[in-house]
Each structure stands twice: as C-alpha cells, then as structure tokens.
Design a protein around this ligand. Structure first.
Ligand SMILES: NC(=O)c1ccc[n+]([C@@H]2O[C@H](COP(=O)([O-])OP(=O)(O)OC[C@H]3O[C@@H](n4cnc5c(N)ncnc54)[C@H](OP(=O)(O)O)[C@@H]3O)[C@@H](O)[C@H]2O)c1
Length: 247
C-alpha cells in the first residue's frame, strides 16, 4: 500500500522507520530541512505541504492536534483513508477538516521509535486489517470498538511513558537520597524495568507483589510507605485526568 505521511516530527519518523519496509512512503511536510533529512535517512519520497492533492490517497496524519486546521487548509481532493495519530481529536473533527472515504484513529506511543509501541486503533472496520498491519510495523496493536476506549487507552499507553518516567526518576532519586551514586541508581532502574516486562507478561501484578513481599521485610516496609502516600490513588486519578483531557 502507498502511504502519505503528513508531518515530519517524532511520531512521523517512528512510523516511517517501521512502515517503509512494507509500504511505499511519501512524506509531506512544511519544513524543508526536516524533509531533506528524512529523504536522506529513510530513502523515501518527499513533497512540500504548500499545495498537495490527496485524492484517492492513504494519509497518516502526524501533526499536532492544534495544527489540524491550518495544516489541512490547502490540501486538495478527497483521500481514500485517513489514519490519524492526533491525541484527543475525534473522527467528527477530522471529517470537518480533511475529506476522506474512510477514517481510522491510531494511538501509538513514543516507544514506536524502537518498534515497541503499544498502539490502540479504532474506526472504519473496512480498513481494520490494513491499519493493524501498518501499526504492527512499529510495535503491538489493540483494536477497540469505540473512540471512548481509544481515549482511555491514550491515557494509559500514550501518556504512560511519562507516568513511568516519573516512577523511574523517583526510584533513582530515593536511592541517591540514601547515598547511592546517580549513575549506579540509574543503571539499577534501567535493569529493573527490563526485567519487569517478562514478569508482568506472565504474572498478575498482585502476585508479583506477593512474591517479593516477605513478612515484616524490606518490601513490606517500602510498600506501606507507597500506600500511605496514596500512590495507587494518584495513578488512578492520573488516568482519569488524562482521559478527561480528551473529551
Ligand atoms: N509523541 C508522542 O509520544 C505521541 C504519542 C501518541 C500520539 N502522538 C500524537 O502525534 C502527533 C505528532 O506528535 P509528535 O510527537 O510527532 O510532534 P512533533 O515531533 O512536534 O511533530 C509535529 C509535526 O507537526 C507539524 N506541524 C505543526 N504545526 C503545523 C502546521 N500548522 N502545519 C503543518 N505542519 C505542522 C510539525 O512541523 P514543523 O516541524 O514544521 O513545525 C511537525 O512535523 C500529535 O498529534 C500527538 O498527539 C504523539
């Protein structure tokens, strides 16, 4: 399938990197310098956004949500498919700004850069399989049946790297506070996250916790401090607040 990637930022590059082996890609954007960098690095075609005819094309929109109106103003024609990565931007809003026969929303995360995105997808079922195939080129996928579910997923998997970054930084800060060197603390945290994934993949979180926590032990002492600080409730609220932002 031929794909037009509209945008030249972080998400556009992550998608180009993943999808270019299985799809013919043209990148359309306004920044000439970014476009020539992309051409050189990924060996794809580039076109300036000034006036572009989208007729019959399959477009992946990789611009900021606030830029939707201005970036699509001079596009001509009616696309076949619009795949949008824009957080919190409903299909009804996409329809007002860019004409297409089919619309799909995808919500990747920054790990797409390493082909490890957890991408949620929803929209026109006619292109479900194609959308999943495109997103699989930069990680795992989850198709959901509604935009509401995609917006909740945005809070978990889209914003999630920022939430986990807070955990990683705080754990390292705690270790430094008690006297560990920063570089050693950071190394431990990286190893912890790496080793945690296979645990989480095979074991329920409550059982991981039970497996580590011995009676009257170090983990129990640390865990009760987290509960006293309402960390669990803080994370639940974070998902609610992030989701509410998409409404
Ligand atoms: N980054 C993430 O973790 C993440 C995760 C999930 C979804 N997303 C979604 O991905 C989208 C892109 O995010 P990003 O992280 O790739 O941002 P980014 O690196 O800042 O890239 C934004 C792109 O939008 C272009 N743009 C901005 N205003 C424009 C305008 N008026 N006309 C034409 N192009 C314009 C920029 O072009 P210039 O360089 O010329 O300004 C740039 O190519 C966002 O909608 C975001 O919601 C991001």
């Amino acid at each position: 399938m031929e794909l037009i990637i509209l945008g030249s930022g972080k998400m556009a590059r992550a998608i180009i990197e993943g999808a270019r082996k299985s799809h013919t890609i043209t990148v359309v954007a306004r920044d000439e310098k970014a476009l020539s960098e992309i051409k050189k690095k990924y060996k794809v075609d580039i076109v300036n956004l000034k006036s572009f005819n989208i007729h019959g094309k399959n477009i992946i929109l990789c611009i900021k949500p606030y830029a939707l109106k201005s970036a699509t103003l001079n596009l001509m024609g009616r696309a076949n498919l619009v795949l949008s990565v824009l957080a919190g931007t409903k299909i009804s809003t996409l329809k007002q700004n860019i004409k297409s026969n089919h619309y799909i929303r995808i919500m990747p995360n920054l790990a797409a850069t390493f082909k490890k995105s957890m991408t949620t997808i929803t929209g026109d079922e006619a292109y479900k399989e194609e959308a999943i195939n495109i997103c699989k080129t930069f990680g795992d996928t989850l198709w959901v049946g509604s935009e509401k579910e995609l917006d909740i997923a945005t809070a978990v998997a889209g914003s999630g790297p920022a939430f986990l970054a807070l955990v990683a930084e705080a754990l390292s800060d705690g270790a430094v506070k008690e006297g560990l060197k920063r570089e050693d603390a950071n190394l431990l945290v990286k190893g912890l996250f790496e080793g945690f994934y296979p645990l989480l993949k095979t074991t329920h979180p409550a059982l991981i916790k039970d497996g580590v926590m011995s009676p009257g032990g170090t983990t129990a002492a640390g865990y009760s401090a987290l509960e006293e600080a309402n960390v669990r409730s803080g994370f639940i609220k974070a998902i609610t607040k992030a989701y509410e932002r998409t409404l």
